[in-house]
Design a protein around this ligand. Structure first.
Ligand code: CUA
Length: 311
C-alpha cells in the first residue's frame, strides 16, 4: 500500500503521477481481464458436454461468491476513485489568484504566447525556463483547441470565453513536441507545438532578445520589403515591434527569422517555404486566415527577404 500511495508523493512530477496512476490501473485491469478469461476457459473445458451428458446441474445463484465479488469490485472502484481525485487535486493545484508565466491563445491554426512578467510576445515557438514549474493561462481566439505537450504536463482544453490554467514542468532544457488535441478544423493536424525549455540564464537572454525591436537593414531589398509590408496591409493583422505594426490577429513577426519553423511547426523557415506561403497561403494551409495578396515576382522577392531577415 505504501508503494501504491507513492503516486501521491511530492517528489513526483505531475506527468509521473499520472503515468503511475494509469500504470496501476492498467495492471489491475489486466489481472481482472485474465481472471475472467481464465475462468471462462476453465469452465469451457471442465464443463464440456463430453463430461456432462444431458443438461448440466443448474445453480440459480451463488450468494457467497456474489458478495465476495461485490466487495472486491467496490474496493477497487473506491481506491481508484480516491487516487484519481487525489492526483487531480495535486497536479491541478492552481492558486486562487494565478499569476501565469505564459498566456497562450490557440488560433486556427497557430499559437500565440505572451509573457506578462516582461511583455514578450511570440508565436508558435514557445520558450519556458527549465527546472521549475511554469503556470500557463490558456485561451482560444476562435474554436475549441486543446494544449498538450505530452512529456511536460497533461492535456487542457482552450475554450472561447473561458480561462483555463495548467502547470508545466520541464526538468531539463530541450525541445518538446506537442500537438493540438481537439479537432479544430481542416488543419487541426497542422497545429503542432514546439516548446523549448532553457536554463535560467538562456531563458533570460532569450527574453531580452525578444524585447529588442525588429532589425532594420539598409539594403534596398529590405527597405522595399518593409515598405510593401505596410502598403500591402500586412500590418492589419501582424505586429512587428519597432515599426508601426501592432495588430495581433496574425502571429507577431518581430523576430520571425529567429524561429526554426512556422505555421505551427508545419514548415521549416527558409526562403523556399516562405515564398510558397506568400505566393499562395491557401495552397500551403487551406482555410488559414492569411489571404492571397497576388504578389508580383519582384514584390515576393522583397517581402520574402524582409520577413526572412527579421531576426
Ligand atoms: Cu487546434 Cu486542433
Amino acid at each position: 500500500m505504501d508503494h501504491f500511495c507513492a503516486i501521491l508523493s511530492t517528489d513526483l512530477t505531475a506527468v509521473e503521477q499520472i503515468h503511475r496512476l494509469s500504470l496501476y490501473a492498467a495492471i489491475v485491469a489486466a489481472v481482472i481481464f485474465f481472471a475472467v478469461l481464465g475462468s471462462i476457459l476453465y469452465s469451457l473445458v471442465h464443463f464440456r458436454a463430453k463430461n456432462n451428458p444431458g443438461v448440466p446441474s443448474q445453480k440459480p445463484s451463488n450468494e457467497r461468491m456474489e458478495k465476495v465479488l461485490l466487495v472486491i469490485v467496490t474496493a477497487i472502484t473506491v481506491v481508484f476513485a480516491w487516487l484519481t481525485f487525489s492526483v487531480m487535486a495535486k497536479v491541478q493545484d492552481i492558486p486562487d489568484d494565478p499569476k501565469p508565466d505564459v498566456v497562450i491563445t490557440g488560433h486556427q491554426w497557430w499559437w500565440e504566447a505572451k509573457y506578462p512578467a516582461n511583455g514578450v510576445i511570440t508565436a508558435n515557438q514557445i520558450h519556458i525556463p527549465a527546472g521549475r514549474k511554469v503556470l500557463l493561462e490558456l485561451h482560444s481566439a476562435d474554436v475549441i483547441h486543446s494544449w498538450w505537450v505530452q512529456a511536460l504536463g497533461f492535456k487542457m482544453d482552450m475554450i472561447p470565453g473561458v480561462t483555463n490554467h495548467l502547470w508545466l514542468y520541464a526538468e531539463k532544457p530541450g525541445e518538446y513536441i506537442g500537438t493540438c488535441s481537439e479537432f479544430c478544423g481542416a488543419n487541426h493536424a497542422n497545429m503542432r507545438i514546439r516548446l523549448t525549455a532553457m536554463d535560467t540564464a538562456d531563458f533570460s537572454r532569450w527574453s531580452r532578445d525578444q524585447l529588442a525591436p525588429a532589425v532594420s537593414l539598409n539594403d534596398p531589398l529590405f527597405v522595399e520589403g518593409a515598405r510593401l509590408f505596410q502598403q500591402k496591409t500586412c500590418t492589419n493583422c501582424h505586429s512587428i515591434q519597432g515599426v508601426s505594426a501592432k495588430m495581433t490577429i496574425g502571429p507577431d513577426l518581430t523576430h520571425f527569422a529567429s524561429r526554426k519553423r512556422f505555421l505551427a511547426d508545419m514548415m521549416e523557415i527558409n526562403d523556399t517555404n516562405l515564398r510558397a506561403w506568400l505566393t499562395d497561403p491557401q495552397k500551403v494551409k487551406p482555410g488559414a486566415h492569411m489571404p492571397n495578396f497576388i504578389l508580383s515576382k519582384k514584390e515576393l522577392d522583397a517581402l520574402t527577404y524582409y520577413i526572412g531577415h527579421l531576426k
